[in-house]
Write a protein that binds this ligand. Structure first.
Ligand code: ADP
Length: 516
């Protein structure tokens, strides 16, 4: 076997696939000429580079003829294998502008090193973003002049893309995100963080999280600071929900340890959810309270009825004719009738509530005289109600106003208002006013009783709401709610003007004709 010579292409180009291609080229037809005439330093550098498993290339001579190894071939994409021995500038024409300053620096004897340099390369028939970490260094010829460029490079596109993808996800996710180091210095925040905290990242990064958001002694004792400290110490993730008073927000927070001893923290504002949950809780409490009031309200007339029935039973057992005095029976009948009516009214009100809730409170509208209806209702109340001065319910208004209403429902409203005026009116005069306003009509029920606390005036129209705590005046807190629903269904509105201690005036206003 013949010993290899320094000119042996097998030594210069190596045994790899690219080396094989290099060896198949007829170099005598190449501007560099036959291999045996090449500069010794080129040959030495080539033999080093071609056998390396790390991606490398050499660009040689004035024209920078390009030699690369197997590891570099994939970086070239479809430029391989034709690129071998071609001009550097021709092969990488699309990035030449970016590379030229680096190439020139090497020509002047300055090596360069760059990390994750972004280059738009065309190596798969289309432009694509690629990233490289690499160094260029000068190669001298045997005369000592710089005649070549040696590059070792690694493509970092995969890592850079994965990182930027992650960055993108963190930046755009709906959770707020931040990181701190072991000294609580903020190193990074995302867009949602800026939004919730309402601060720009430039105002928080490199600052201490404690200085920024947990500066008071109470805040330093908060669940936030305690959990962050614990996760830093234990190196185990944790999550919690807490209220951050300075921003008036509820947050759900997840905390993860970072390898540097710091933390990665994700949080979400859950104020809305908390509010909704609280409202639900309040609604359930209101319903429970209503049930207990309703039971009580239903129980009272029932108890009275039971007593009357028992008394009647006892009387009949006496078997004495005088026990059946007509007078007595009449009184019992009248009393029972009133109690039954009251029970009926209470149950009707409760049914109305569910009708309203299910949208089944329908109106049967007819043109009727509102004054006549009002006077009828007043008449029914007169018997129940005689004020100290001997006066009764007073009516002020025209003789007739025709309006398109549901008779039963409008009666129900007037009845509710009158009943309240009597109930809460301290036995003082009650007045009813009707005003004819061409296309509208208003009705006011005015009393001179206890009046309503201004703070309560807006809520008394709500379901189950009672303006008083007084247990001595019975009621379900439904009358005004139902009245408002009826009036709104008729296209009108209802309001109250009241001064505590002086009395209240409830007014509703409805259109005389509903638009068709
Ligand atoms: P209820 O009378 O059964 O409690 P309402 O819905 O009719 O229910 O009234 C709601 C609340 O409004 C009452 O509990 C009472 O506090 C207040 N209110 C209604 N009318 C009057 C009035 N004329 N004067 C004072 N307070 C009133």
């Amino acid at each position: 076997m013949q010993a290899p010579t320094p000119h042996d292409p097998l030594i210069i180009f190596g045994k790899g696939k690219t080396g094989e291609i290099a060896r198949s080229i007829d170099w005598s037809k190449h501007p560099l000429g036959p291999v045996e005439n090449w500069d010794t330093n080129l040959k030495t550098t080539l033999s080093l580079a071609m056998s390396s498993l790390f991606p490398m290339f050499i660009a040689w001579g004035e024209e920078r003829y390009f030699f690369y190894n197997d590891a570099y071939a994939p970086i070239l994409g479809n430029k391989h294998p034709s690129a071998f021995g071609q001009k550097f500038q021709t092969i990488w024409s699309e990035i030449w502008e970016d590379l030229l300053p680096l190439v020139n620096s090497v020509k002047n004897g300055e090596a360069v090193y760059l990390e994750d340099l972004k280059l738009i390369m065309n190596r798969k028939g289309r432009d694509e973003e690629a990233y490289f970490t690499f160094s260029y260094s000068p190669v001298r010829n045997k005369a000592g002049a710089i005649d070549g460029l040696f590059c070792s490079a690694i493509e970092t596109t995969g890592r850079v893309k994965a990182e930027s993808e992650l960055e993108d996800i963190l930046e755009n996710m709906s959770d707020a995100f931040f990181t701190i180091d072991a000294n609580w210095i903020v190193s990074r925040v995302n867009l949602q963080f800026e939004k919730i905290i309402n601060m720009k990242r430039s105002d928080v990064i490199a600052k201490s999280l404690k200085d920024l958001y947990f500066s008071t002694p109470e805040q330093l004792e908060s669940v936030y600071v305690k959990t962050y400290s614990k996760v830093m110490k234990d190196r185990k993730p944790a999550s919690f929900i807490d209220y951050y008073a300075p921003f008036d927000i509820w947050t759900a927070v997840s905390v993860y340890p970072k390898p540097d001893g710091g933390l990665a923290v994700f949080f979400r504002e859950i104020s809305e959810e908390r509010r909704a949950a609280q409202e639900l809780k309040d609604a359930v409490a209101a319903r429970d309270e209503f049930i207990s009031i309703a039971s009580h309200e239903l129980k009272t007339p029932l108890t009275s009825l039971k007593i009357i029935t028992q008394m009647q039973a006892r009387l009949s057992s006496l078997e004495k004719a005088e026990a059946y005095s007509k007078d007595r029976i009449d009184r019992y009948v009248e009393k029972s009738d009133k109690l039954v009516s009251r029970l009926d009214r209470l149950i009707e009100d409760m049914l109305d509530i569910s009708r309203i809730r299910t949208g089944k409170l329908t109106m049967q509208k007819h043109n009727v005289d509102l004054v006549g209806i009002t006077k009828d209702v007043i008449e029914r109340f007169q018997e129940l109600f005689i004020v100290s001065s001997g006066e009764r319910i007073k009516f002020h208004g025209p003789d007739e106003v025709i309006a398109e209403v549901d008779v039963m429902r409008i009666e129900q409203v007037i009845q509710n208002l009158l009943q309240n005026a009597i109930k809460y009116g301290d036995g003082e005069l009650v007045e009813v006013f009707i005003k004819d306003l061409t296309d509208k009509v208003t009705l006011t029920v005015k009393d001179h009783g206890m009046g309503i606390d201004p703070a309560k005036q807006s809520i008394i129209f709500e379901r189950f709401e009672r303006g008083i705590n007084a247990n001595h005046i019975s009621g379900l807190g439904l009358g005004l709610y139902i009245s408002r629903e009826i009036i709104t269904s008729l296209g009108g509105k209802i309001s109250v003007a009241s001064e505590p201690g002086k009395g209240s005036a409830f007014t509703f206003e409805i259109p005389k004709q509903t638009p068709h």
